[in-house]
Design a protein around this ligand. Sequence first.
Ligand code: HGA
Length: 612
Amino acid sequence: MCGIVGAIADRDVVPVLIEGLKRLEYRGYDSSGIAVLHDAGQPDIRRVRRTGRVSEMATAAAAEGFDSVLGIGHTRWATHGGVTEANAHPHISDGVALVHNGIIENHEEQREKLRALGYAFESQTDTEVIAHLMHHHLKGGDSLLGALQRTVKELTGAYALAVISRAEPEHFVCARMGCPLLVGLGEGENFVASDVSAIVSSTRRVIFLEEGDTADVRRDGVQVYGHDDAPVQRDVHLSDVSLASLELGPYRHYMQKEIHEQPRALGDTIEAAIDAGGFPAELFGKDAEAVLSGIEGIQILACGTSYYAGLTARYWIESIAGLPCSVEIASEYRYRAAHANPKHLIVTISQSGETLDTMEALKYAKSLGHTHTLSICNVPESAIPRASELVCYTRAGAEIGVASTKAFTTQLAALFQLTVVLGKLHGHVDAAQEADYLEQLRFLPGSVQHALNMEPQIAAWAERFARKSSALFLGRGLHYPIALEGALKLKEITYIHAEAYPAGELKHGPLALVDEDMPVVVIAPNDSLLEKVKSNMQEVRARGGELFVFTDQDSNFNESEGVHVIRTPRHAGVLSPVVHTIPVQLLAYHTALARGTDVDKPRNLAKSVTVE
Ligand code: HGA
């Protein structure tokens, strides 16, 4: 979603701001802008904003000869007010300019108050109230930092903010509550960003601001203040995000690159277990054994694709670890009068570690009395793992494509490892079974590579899908969540309406949709439910539906009229859902190519969903 970058240096920071915003493009946005300090005798602020791509805004900035040692930039994903230049950030109130990620919930009340004070509004955003509040406090005699600290206390909602003022050209200030923000430390220059990828070519040394923090950023140093405005020391981290992981390389799209990176990403995610020769509880942190052996059940909270990873894990946890497991969409859980069982472990799953709904669900679970929490996350040091007792980092590497691919399969690998650890601690997995699960895990990256090799056959199917307006996805048991994920991928990047059902549910309603125009994708590996799935497929064929079946080498399926079959390699046992994710990802990707949609930036969607 929205992105922030800011810099103060002895060099021109405009290229730093533009490069940073380009690196944030993957998060999804609809407009962008920068504001810089212009110092030709009398300091002033210059701003350029555009709807559409960052490159168009950058061209406009270059045409106007922008050049400055201090500036802030923003990519906006509209929440309040349409996609217009006037609503794009930075917002200015007479000499003070700011960029904002998040939502100000009391913006209407503040707007009324500010109108009564004589302020006129140029935009429909919630953000503009912050600019005027800042101005109001500066006029009252506050310093830039003092005005920010006073302003944020008047806001309810979520924000990451970076602010510059023409009256104080030697620094900028920033604040965070509910939205991520970090300060980057350079040599004689310093930065702010909502995501480390925005500044990684200038510095890797970062301070993650904590909830309620404000910071004063100067060329020669940074001072962070806690929520009580007292100075605090925050740890400096060395980010390991590599520039190579942010580049496209030989691929046409990030999604394609990330689909093909999955054998490597899975290999990295399971490396610690392979090296340990088993599944020690320490894979989840040093206190994990004590926590995981004492719990009596699991509550998984997540959104979107991560929720489907959770649904898959439920089948594993209940059958392998012998523990009850519920899975709930985070945005529902957080507003439900849930009954907490403190003996249950809360497991949150979020690629970015910043998903607002998941973060709020975690806070809610804690407020209900849950003390044991585990985060499965792909971004080290992000908000959700930092708020959790135990952590397992997937090692997918930076995921840029909005439609999640390698994050999903590595989440599955992490959840499988959690399952076996729980199974051991609770007496359901003995040494022989542990060795067998390890062997299956060891083969996983290779099986995924084999599944990737089916790309040409899947691309041929995609040509037919591209002409459809709807599709049904079916699966049973462990593969039902993969059907859900396949339908989601297709919707996200091709805009074809797709729905997924457990195959046994077909006759209870969705069968009414089946006719010769409705392609039905079936995930049907050779597991204990295969014969049941075959009967469900007959129900489709009997109504003229065309079947597209992903099965494996071990099943005895044959192509026939109206039944198309692609076989993944040998049946991958309990890890089969991971392998069967690959064909549904490739089907969505190639269908999107055939339809000519913007694969990496699907309309209306954003990466890292940091608003409600
Ligand atoms: N509410 C602000 C910022 C939106 C945002 O953070 N999106 O991710 C606006 O609508 O401009």
